[in-house]
Design a protein around this ligand. Structure first.
Ligand code: THU
Length: 130
């Protein structure tokens, strides 16, 4: 889909900035806000390993800190043949800020899959429980 193409291209570009010297697993993400603006992120690793932040969360936190609220879709790009889904921590954060959005997974060969968050993250804990 054309609207997915630009988000995938932005995620691919962000992946170029990945700081992944420990895993060598480079990830790019791109998030489309309802404002129309696109926010990107890459994974940022650390020598202590545990402080690593995934590309998806970098993109979301950038957008939130710029004042955005409400998002339409997020794309995640890696080099792998089996497309990379967001980790559990990122699913919680995507759900919190984006809700039931399409998650567009892609690789460098042009393979694409689209999964809705409600399928990737069934029965989430969220503010409705508080
Ligand atoms: N990673 C992401 O950035 N997003 C994902 O969806 C999966 C994993 C990163 C974290 C770490 O830097 C590397 O990929 C290997 O786990």
């Amino acid at each position: 889909m054309v609207e997915h193409d630009s988000l995938i291209a932005a995620a691919k570009q962000a992946r170029e900035n990945a700081h992944a010297p420990y895993s060598n697993f480079r990830v790019g993400a791109a998030l489309r806000a309802t404002s129309g603006r696109v926010y990107t992120g890459c994974n940022v690793e650390n020598s202590t390993y545990g402080l690593t932040v995934c590309a998806e969360r970098v993109a979301i936190f950038k957008a939130i800190s710029e004042g955005e609220r409400g998002f339409d879709a997020i794309a995640v790009v890696t080099h792998t043949d089996v497309l990379t889904p967001p980790c559990g921590a990122c699913r919680q954060i995507i759900w919190e800020f984006c809700g039931d959005v399409p998650v567009i997974l892609a690789n460098l060969k042009g393979q694409v899959e689209v999964h809705r968050m409600s399928k990737l993250f069934p029965k989430p804990f969220d503010s409705s429980f508080l």
